[in-house]
Design a protein around this ligand. Structure first.
Ligand code: CA
Ligand code: CA
Ligand code: CA
Ligand code: CA
Length: 358
C-alpha cells in the first residue's frame, strides 16, 4: 500500500467499522459503541504514531500496524515498527504488548515501517513492511523487506502449536508444555514411571492427591493413602493358610537435570524428588567418576549419601558435600545418582541417572 501524505500531528486515528447501532444511528454515522464516540485517538508526547493497515480479529478486537517515530522521518531518524491492539469496544487492550502497543525497535539510524497486517495460524498475525539502515554505506542503505509474526492472542505454549489452548489444571501453562499437566505435584514423567494417571490428580480415587499419596495407584484408607497392610499369618508350623505375598518391587519416578553448574553444586549441593508407587526405604548415593580427583585408587567414589526410612509420597532427597568431597570435584565431573529402594516386603528396585557437573 503506497504511503500517502499524512498530517504531521502525533496522532493515530482508527475509525470504527460501521455496525448496526441504535434506532437513531444512520448509516455513515460514527459508531458510539466504539471507544465512546466512534473513534480512538492515541497521543504520544514525543513520537508520531502512523498506522497503515488494520486487521479485525475473530473476537472483534483490532490490530493495527504501522510505525512509531519522528514524522516525517528523515534519513538518520530511528523509526520503530508499531502494532497497536484495541479490544472489541475500541479501547486500548492493556493485555496486548506493553500498554496496548508492540514496538519493535529498529535501532539507531534505522527505520522499520509496517505496511500491512494479515491473520496467521494459531492466534498469530503476520506483518509486512520494509526496513532501511541509514547508517550503512551505499549500496546497503536501501530498503529491505521486513516480515514478522506476532502473537495476536495470549499463547499458553508459544513454542508448540496448540490451537485449543487446553490447560487441564488452569495454571496458565498449556497442557502441551506443562510438565505436570494435572498439577498434582508429580511430573508427567514421574507419573508415567510409577504408573499413575498424569491427567487425574487422584489416580486411585482414595481422596489423596497423587503427589501426597504413598500408594498413588492403590486406593487406601490409611493415613498415607495405602491399603491396610496384609499381615502374614503367624506361626512357623505347617499348614499355615496361604497369604498374599508381595513379590513386586516398587516403581520409582524421579527426574534429575542432566547438567549442573559447578559453582552452584559446590555451594548448595543438589536435590531432587523421589516418588514411588508404594512405600519404600531409600538409600541414595551420589557417585563420581572424577577428573583430577586426588585419590589414591582409581575408579568411582561415593561423594554423598542419603537414606530415607520406609515412607511414600513425593519425597525430597538432598545431597550436601563436605569439605573433603568438594576438593574431589575437578573442573568437570561425571556423576551418577543411584537410588536403591526397598519395599516393605524386601523387594528391591535400583535406578540410576547420570549428571554432569561443569
Ligand atoms: Ca497447565
Ligand atoms: Ca501430575
Ligand atoms: Ca496424577
Ligand atoms: Ca492411594
Amino acid at each position: 500500500m503506497p504511503r500517502r501524505a499524512l498530517p504531521a500531528a502525533a496522532v493515530a486515528l482508527v475509525v470504527a467499522l460501521l455496525a448496526p447501532g441504535s434506532a437513531l444511528g444512520a448509516a455513515g454515522d460514527l459508531d458510539p459503541t466504539f471507544s465512546g464516540d466512534g473513534k480512538q485517538q492515541l497521543h504520544d508526547a514525543t513520537k508520531s504514531l502512523i498506522l497503515a493497515s488494520i486487521e479485525l480479529q475473530p473476537d472483534g478486537s483490532v490490530l493495527a500496524a504501522g510505525a512509531q517515530g519522528p514524522f516525517p522521518p528523515v534519513p538518520g531518524d530511528e523509526v520503530d515498527a508499531l502494532v497497536l491492539g484495541l479490544n472489541s469496544a475500541g479501547e486500548v487492550d492493556p493485555a496486548f504488548g506493553s500498554g496496548g502497543r508492540l514496538v519493535v525497535p529498529a535501532g539507531a539510524r534505522r527505520q522499520i515501517q509496517l505496511l500491512d497486517i494479515a491473520p496467521g495460524p494459531d492466534g498469530r498475525a503476520i506483518v509486512v513492511g520494509n526496513t532501511v539502515d541509514n547508517g550503512a554505506a551505499a549500496p546497503d542503505d536501501d530498503a529491505e523487506s521486513y516480515v514478522a509474526r506476532v502473537l495476536a492472542d495470549p499463547d499458553n505454549c508459544p513454542l508448540i502449536p496448540d490451537s485449543d489452548q487446553a490447560d487441564l489444571d488452569g495454571d496458565g501453562i498449556g497442557d502441551v508444555c506443562d510438565d505436570d499437566i494435572d498439577g498434582d505435584g508429580l511430573s508427567n514423567a514421574v507419573e508415567a514411571a510409577i504408573g499413575s494417571n498424569l491427567r487425574a490428580t487422584d489416580s486411585d480415587g482414595d481422596g489423596k492427591a497423587d503427589g501426597a499419596d504413598a500408594c498413588p495407584t492403590l486406593a487406601g484408607t490409611t493415613a498415607n493413602g495405602c491399603p491396610a497392610a496384609v499381615v502374614p499369618s503367624g506361626g512357623g508350623g505347617g499348614g499355615g493358610q496361604p497369604t498374599a505375598v508381595d513379590r513386586t518391587p516398587a516403581k520409582l519416578g524421579f527426574t534429575i537435570a542432566s547438567k549442573l553448574k559447578r559453582a552452584t553444586f559446590l555451594k548448595k549441593g543438589f536435590s531432587f524428588k523421589l516418588a514411588s508407587d508404594e512405600p519404600v526405604r531409600v538409600e541414595a548415593q551420589l557417585i563420581g567418576t572424577l577428573k583430577g580427583a586426588r585419590v589414591a585408587r582409581a575408579g568411582d567414589v561415593t561423594i554423598a549419601e542419603k537414606n530415607l526410612p520406609l515412607g511414600g509420597g513425593n519425597r525430597p532427597i538432598a545431597f550436601k558435600l563436605g569439605k573433603k568431597q568438594k576438593r574431589l570435584i575437578g573442573k568437570t565431573a561425571k556423576l551418577t545418582v543411584r537410588v536403591t529402594a526397598t519395599d516393605a516386603a524386601g523387594n528391591r528396585t535400583v535406578a540410576s541417572r547420570a549428571v554432569r557437573v561443569k
